[in-house]
Structures are given as C-alpha cells and as structure tokens.
Design a protein around this ligand. Structure first.
Ligand SMILES: Cc1cc2nc3c(=O)[nH]c(=O)nc-3n(C[C@H](O)[C@H](O)[C@H](O)COP(=O)(O)OP(=O)(O)OC[C@H]3O[C@@H](n4cnc5c(N)ncnc54)[C@H](O)[C@@H]3O)c2cc1C
Length: 418
C-alpha cells in the first residue's frame, strides 16, 4: 500500500515559478511541499548538470532554512486520484499526497514540427540540445546547425558554442522585418535588448528554414531554404524547435479551464477556475522567467492568504506580461510552411511510428487513435499532439487522470483510504 502524506500547500514544478511560489508561501508557516521531476530544482532555464552549477541554488538554500518546506526532486506527479489527492512517484516509492491548496507550475515544452529526416539520430529540438549539453553530452568540435523560430534559438546557439561546438548556422524562420520590429520594441526591457545584442552571431539568418535532415545511420547534413535559394551543410547535429507550448495536462486533469491561447486560465491572484487551485509560470502562457517569477510569488502569497504582498507584485507582473505579448505578436511561427515540407512517409508520432500520410486521412484525435495509435506511446501525444493540433486543427488530445507513464506497483499500491 502506498504511503499517504498531507500538506497545506502543494507546489508542482520547481522552475522559476515554483521556487518563487515556495519562497512566498514559506514565511506563512503553512506546510509547503514542492515536487519536481528533474533531479535538481531550477526547471528549464536553470537546468543543472556537470559543468552547469545550479543557478537555483540560492533560492533552494533559502528554502532549506524553512522547516515547514519540503522539496522532493526527481519526483513526478503521475495521476489525479480524487478531490485534492495526487499520486506522486520517484525512483524509490510512490505516495498519495493530499493538500489544501495546489499551485501548478508545470512550465512549457518545445513545439516540435516534423520535417523530413527529423527522427534521425543527431536531430533534436533546440531546447533539447541545450538540455543534452547541460546533462553532459559532449559537443566539442561538432558542427551544429540550429533552426526553427523563437527567442530560444540564439540562447541554444550560445550554449553550444560555449561547449566547444562549431556553430554553422542559426536558421530563423521569421523575416528580417519581423525581427527588426521585435528588437526595436525592446527598449522597454533594456536587459532583454542587451541580451539580444550579446547573443547575435554572424551565422544568424532570418527568413530561412530547415527543410530536410539528411543521413543514413545519423544526421550527416541539413538542407536549408532561404527565399528561392537552397544550401546543404554537412553537420553533426541539427537542433530545431518552433517556440514553446504550455504544459497543461496536469491542470486539465484537475479540471482547470484553458484560455484562448490553450494555456491555464488564471485571475489576478493566479487562481484557476477550480477553487483552491492556482497556476503560475509558463503553463499559463509563454513569457519568460521574469514573468514566471512574478506570477509564482503572487500565487504563493495568495494561496497562503498574504493578499497585500501578492498585490504589491501586480505591476511587476504586468510589465512582463507586456513583454510576453510583444514576443507573441512578433514571433508567430508559420506552421503551414513547415507542414508543406512533410512527405507521406514523414513520421509524425515517433513513439508509434505513425506517418503524415496515415494522419492526413483522419478527421480528429479519436479517429487517429483508433486507426493509427497516434499519440498512444510513452509521450502520450505531447510531441505529435501539438503538431497535429496546429496542422489539422484537431482539438487537443483528451487528458486522462493518469497523466504520465507510471510503475504498475505504484498503481497497485494505491488506495484512497489513509
Ligand atoms: C527545453 C527548454 C529550454 C529552455 N531554456 C531556456 C533558456 O536557456 N533561457 C531562457 O530564458 N528560457 C529558457 N526556456 C524558457 C523557460 O521555460 C522559461 O523562461 C522558464 O524556465 C519558465 O519557468 P517555469 O517555472 O514556468 O517553468 P519551467 O522552468 O519549465 O519549470 C517547470 C518544472 O515543472 C516540472 N514538471 C512539469 N510537470 C511535472 C509533473 N507532472 N510532476 C513534477 N514536475 C513536473 C518540470 O520538469 C520543470 O522542472 C526554455 C524552455 C524549454 C522548454
């Protein structure tokens, strides 16, 4: 039988939003539990690994001083069991965690849009390559091409260069005019303007798109189109991503409503549509770490009744919400242009090997699942789901109470009786 544990405030996710929420909630004296599936706190932006010391260390050591705060790293929420009851699992055990208030800070993942050759070894998402490098995968001397669209591309390119890779190209889909308008508007966020200038590289090419990765046993070259010209570059790694999508499965399984941008809908206190359930950070919309920090702190204060402290941060949050809107307005991925690259045999669901040709004939998620097993593999549609939603306009894949793959003994040990 699984253990049971209870707390006043449960925070899921220990990225910037989750850590800020915990820091805000801690002085209230309420019992606070933070759970995150990464081996160390920090989320995506402060991901740690060999040679990448934790930038979240200062925040987590401050939290360690509070005896009412418990941090469970390497721990994933795998299922919603019932009213204010979640199943958590780590490598040793599983337990039923009950709570009075919940703050979902589940962040975002990359939008990966399939193109010919994208499943070859050596081809990853842009942020995927960054995560691999931070976890210790060597890229010293390797020829790297970064592509797709969004602010992350230049950050990833810099991570690869700092790790000793030879950066051949950053192929950004957005046009020069779009990017000029984006940068011109950054005067309102001087640090962001400085960062954009610092990250600039002579191999950055706006208005260009990776159209195919080539190779036999792994990637050996990439084809890039710019206007009516095409080039082929021999390379060892291709990192291609088209921005981020909010991780909303957990929130949806809890009944929290989404907004028009398919992010968790929240009010000024970061409260969701379900009473006592809050959300903060990129699961409520893509907007960077500063917005996530402000939202997380507001949620932590509000969930523990510190309303004035929460209200004091509304201005700070509004500043970064405007930044997020600025990015969204200027960085709109042309998903149709990527769809046009797919061939009948281009794999879309890589867990279950389902091709573009097989999915073109389907008219929605249920139909696709019944006929092809699309979205029914280990990632449960987290990759192909986002692509299919954008390409064919299907609604998001249905979310079930079981939100992640889980060990069978964790389920067998579950009983709702304490
Ligand atoms: C791959 C990737 C790389 C990025 N790199 C950068 C970068 O270098 N610079 C930059 O400015 N921005 C980067 N970003 C953007 C970044 O997401 C945000 O700026 C910032 O990290 C958002 O903070 P957050 O707290 O909302 O979410 P995150 O930092 O994403 O934190 C969410 C945390 O919740 C955990 N989680 C999710 N679901 C569960 C669950 N069911 N159970 C337990 N834990 C769960 C996740 O593992 C993660 O640790 C990156 C994004 C991605 C997807």
């Amino acid at each position: 039988m699984n253990d049971h544990a209870s707390c006043d405030v449960l925070i899921l996710g220990a990225g910037p939003a989750g850590l800020a929420a915990a820091q805000a909630a801690a002085p209230s004296g309420c019992s606070v539990v933070v759970a995150d599936d990464n081996p160390a706190p920090g989320g995506q932006i402060w991901r740690t690994g060999p040679g990448y010391p934790s930038q979240a260390l200062a925040r987590s050591s401050k939290l360690a001083r509070y005896r009412n705060v418990t941090l469970h790293s390497g721990t994933r929420c795998v299922a919603v069991l019932g009213n204010k009851q979640l199943l958590l699992e780590n490598s040793d055990r599983a337990w039923v965690q009950t709570y009075q208030k919940l703050i979902v800070c589940s962040g975002a993942r990359e939008l990966l849009l399939p193109f010919p050759g994208w499943t070859l070894p050596g081809v990853t998402g842009a942020g995927g390559l960054q995560a691999l490098i931070k976890s210790g995968v060597p890229v010293q001397g390797q020829r790297v091409v970064v592509g797709g669209s969004g602010a992350l591309l230049l950050v990833v390119a810099q991570t690869a260069c700092n790790a000793g890779a030879e950066l051949l190209r950053v192929a950004e889909q957005s046009s020069s005019m779009t990017l000029l308008a984006l940068v011109a508007g950054l005067w309102r966020w001087p640090d962001k303007l400085r960062q954009a200038i610092t990250l600039a590289t002579p191999v950055y090419r706006p208005g260009s798109q990776i159209i195919e990765a080539l190779g036999h046993r792994r990637v050996e070259a990439v084809r890039i189109r710019r206007g009516d010209r095409e080039v082929e570059l021999a390379c060892d790694r291709v990192a291609c991503g088209y921005g981020l999508v909010p991780n909303t499965e957990l929130a949806q399984a809890l009944g929290m409503a989404l907004d028009g941008e398919q992010a968790v809908a929240v009010d000024t206190w970061q409260a969701s549509t379900v009473s006592d359930h809050y959300a903060a950070g990129e699961c409520t919309g893509i907007g960077g770490s500063e917005r996530a920090l402000a939202q997380g702190a507001i949620a932590g204060f509000a969930a523990t009744g510190q309303m004035q402290q929460a209200e004091n941060l509304w201005r700070e949050r509004a500043h970064w919400e405007t930044f997020a809107r600025h990015l969204r307005r200027h960085l709109q991925t042309d998903v149709a242009a990527v769809k046009a690259l797919a061939r009948p045999d281009t794999v879309v669901c890589r867990c279950e090997d389902v091709t573009f040709g097989a999915l073109e004939q389907r008219d929605g998620w249920i139909d696709a699942k019944l006929h092809t097993r699309c979205g029914m593999g280990p990632c449960q549609g987290r990759v192909c789901g986002a692509a299919a939603t954008r390409w064919w306009g299907w609604g998001a894949p249905p979310v079930r109470a079981l939100i992640n793959p889980v060990r069978i003994e964790s389920l067998m040990g579950h009983s709702s009786e304490p």
